[in-house]
Design a protein around this ligand. Structure first.
Ligand SMILES: C[S@@+](CC[C@H](N)C(=O)[O-])C[C@H]1O[C@@H](n2cnc3c(N)ncnc32)[C@H](O)[C@@H]1O
Length: 398
């Protein structure tokens, strides 16, 4: 059970909270830096995954917020926020930062200074748009996600592999009706650069044919291990037994796929798909311009977290991170300063709790349930308007 400890600075708003009480899921209205200060003692070192999607400072004026600041001021603000967020990461935690071309290079340098260059993991390229934008000099079809870990070694051990997709699964067949089920064959030789002497030898196939590794390559196993694997029927010599030896990799023992750095829109969704999802949830309502697709956040949470882990998003926007974390049974803290936290995030989360079937619901078998607690920064003077959300005319009807 998680409650905010510092009652003097945050006000619990029953009218905006929903579902089961005291689940530990927190939606907090207010400016992120002040909120992070208030909750830092309670949650420092506890968050497994931080995802943020800050204003990109790309000069756009969106319906729900402006994205047009002086570069220096934008950089100063985001750096200050990253410094605060850094304290929240658990030792095996990671932070994922969405950004586009306008500021990515400056943000990378600032983030290196905050998190340490040695803790930089990778830059993911996300294809946020599948169609061509013909009005510009270049059709900009991708954004970036910068990934840092608190400790890259611990993160390497804690991060999850991804489940194989249908194209990968289709490569597994069961030639020879192996009782262990479908398998695919993979190369039994590797580059000889780091090889040791015991990896260079002749393999003798069951039919007596001898095989040497190709030039510049060596066998992946030592001679003794290879003989053992052949006896265990784990090496494939082709249909007629004369083929180059390959390793049988069984679907049953295949625990997952190493995540790649190129994430395509058809796999993890696009901005357009995310907007369509929101429009289906709230037909006729004003469109939130920059929502992330639920599948994108699902991919991040699949890699970086397990059930019950704590996820933090300090720029919650339309609530995508909270919605996906909820559906994936992670705990979450979402912070948002704009009034759309009341008008859009709250109704969206209510629908999630009632078993909303869009987004990633089907993939994660979401049926509904759970709850969240809504808090507001008591110091921002707006508290009096908050408790009456049920009576206000909502832009996004529940
Ligand atoms: C790009 S949007 C996030 C979209 C979100 N990922 C989604 O899927 O809907 C950025 C959000 O950050 C919010 N924001 C900007 N500055 C903030 C601050 N200092 N504290 C809290 N929220 C802030 C904006 O109001 C906006 O909703």
């Amino acid at each position: 059970m998680v409650k905010i400890n510092d009652y003097s600075k945050l006000t619990y708003v029953k009218g905006n909270s929903y579902g089961e009480e005291d689940t530990g899921n927190l939606i907090i209205e207010g400016e992120n830096c002040s909120i992070l200060d208030i909750i830092s003692e309670q949650f420092s070192n506890k968050v497994k995954c931080i995802y943020i999607d800050p204003p990109y400072n790309n000069g756009e004026k969106y319906t729900h917020y402006n994205d047009d600041m002086k570069h220096e001021m934008w950089l100063e603000e985001i750096t200050k926020t990253l410094e605060k967020l850094n304290h929240f990461l658990s030792d095996d935690g990671s932070i994922w930062i969405s950004i586009d071309d306008s500021e990515v290079h400056y943000l990378k340098v600032a983030a290196d200074q905050v998190f340490g260059r040695k803790n930089f993991i990778t830059t993911i390229v996300w294809q946020q748009r599948i169609t061509r934008e013909n009005r510009k000099v270049f059709s900009n079809n991708h954004e970036y996600i910068l990934v840092y870990a608190k400790n890259p070694i611990k993160f390497k051990h804690s991060r999850n592999l991804l489940p194989p997709n249908s194209e990968m699964l289709s490569r597994y067949k069961n030639q020879g009706n192996d009782p262990r089920g479908p398998w695919q064959s993979v190369s039994a030789h590797v580059q000889a650069g780091h090889a040791v002497k015991s990896q260079f030898y002749e393999i003798v196939a069951p039919n007596g044919r001898k095989h040497s590794p190709p030039n510049g390559r060596c066998w992946v196993y030592s001679k003794e291990r290879m003989e053992q694997e052949i006896l265990s029927n784990n090496i494939w010599f082709g249909k007629d037994g004369n083929g180059v030896p390959r390793i049988k990799k069984f679907l049953s023992s295949n625990i997952g796929v190493t995540p790649e750095t190129l994430w395509l829109g058809n796999d993890v969704g696009t901005n357009e798909m995310a907007k369509k999802h929101l429009l289906r949830l709230f037909p006729g309502s004003p469109v939130f311009d920059t929502p992330k697709p639920e599948s994108l956040i699902k991919r991040i949470l699949e890699i970086a977290t397990n059930e019950s882990d704590l996820v933090l998003d300090a720029y919650l926007g339309s609530g995508t991170t909270a919605a996906v974390a909820h559906k994936m049974k992670r705990r979450y803290i979402g912070i948002e300063v704009g009034k759309h936290i009341q008008d859009l995030v709250v109704p969206r989360m209510r629908k999630v709790i009632e078993g909303e079937s869009g987004g990633v619901s089907e993939e994660v078998s979401w049926q509904g349930g759970g709850g969240f607690s809504y808090y507001v920064n008591s110091e921002n003077g707006d508290v009096l308007n908050i408790g009456i959300i049920k009576e206000r005319k909502l832009k996004y009807s529940i």
